[in-house]
Design a protein around this ligand. Structure first.
Ligand code: PGA
Length: 278
């Protein structure tokens, strides 16, 4: 499976800065058949930003869309307009959309249906709050997948990506421990297989997001059901993001050669074992 490294840069950059960032991404991200990059810049930069992207493995996406493709919805962004502009992805259900803009599983499920109806690919975010971190995280992720995707069980797997983003790990100092991410992504995989069937359910990419830094990438990507990463602040530095794409391509190559961890660069010192955070 090709890995997917995504980044949502939220509202961190202005319009001109976003265009510069997109141009730098196009310069820095390696063009490879082993790893894709999906960039979610601020909405207004998508129109002109599209012309700055020429590498075949880089796609653009919107950080949100409306749950209808047309009608009396003042201030909303139609998924059909994104389609018209040639923007392939819509990111839906991010924690900050739920927290600050009152989105619920019900409205996110409607947005997923509208985006798929308009021919977009959807990147669907799920993940538990801090109170479920130590107990019930897997069950919570499974329930969210059911609520968000069961109504679209006939969607082609290449048009769906699930981002597992535990809410307690977003915007903090450290990503979730890889073992926690692994358990929840395994549970998500089980649920996807249940909804979409064994073949399609295994083809949908599951990516981990929440305070990912360059040094987390290799450990996360070694996990079988983590098929990519979703990065926020750390991707403001385009060279950093490009290095994560390189790591993903190396892991994809290792997978093709029979699995196991990708060989790390020889110069890198082994990392001290982290204390378990339980
Ligand atoms: P962060 O953002 O990497 O800055 O925590 C991740 C996200 O919200 O997807």
């Amino acid at each position: 499976m090709r890995y997917l490294i995504g980044t949502n840069i939220k509202m961190y950059l202005g319009y001109r800065e976003s265009l510069r960032w997109l141009a730098d991404m196009n310069r820095d991200v390696p063009e490879t058949d082993l790893a894709d990059a999906a960039l979610f810049p601020p909405m207004l930069s998508l129109v002109n930003g599209r012309d700055l992207i020429s590498k075949r493995n880089i796609s653009l996406g919107a950080q949100n869309v409306c749950w209808s493709h047309e009608g009396p919805y003042t201030g909303e962004i139609s998924p059909l307009v994104l389609r018209e502009l040639g923007i392939p992805y819509a990111e839906l259900g991010h924690h900050e959309r739920r927290l600050y803009f009152n989105e619920t599983d019900r409205t996110v499920a409607k947005k997923i249906s509208a985006a798929l109806f308009c021919g977009l690919k959807t990147l669907v975010c799920v993940g538990e709050d801090a109170d479920r971190r130590d107990s019930g995280a897997e069950e919570f992720a499974r329930d969210q997948i059911q609520a968000l995707l069961a109504g679209n069980s006939d969607a082609p797997p290449e048009r769906l990506v699930v981002a597992y983003e535990p809410r307690w790990a977003i915007g903090v100092a450290e990503a979730a421990p890889p073992e926690h991410a692994r358990r929840c992504c395994d549970a998500i995989r089980g649920k996807l297989v249940e909804i979409f069937g064994p073949e399609n359910g295994r083809e949908i990419r599951i990516i981990y997001g929440g305070s990912v830094k360059l040094e987390d990438a290799a450990d996360m990507l070694e996990q079988k059901n983590i098929n990519g990463l979703f990065i926020g602040r750390a991707a403001l530095d385009t060279k950093n993001f490009a290095k994560v794409v390189e790591i993903a391509a190396r892991q994809a190559e290792a997978d093709q050669n029979g699995g196991g961890a990708a060989r790390r660069p020889a110069s890198k010192k082994p990392r001290a074992a982290k204390k378990p955070r339980l």
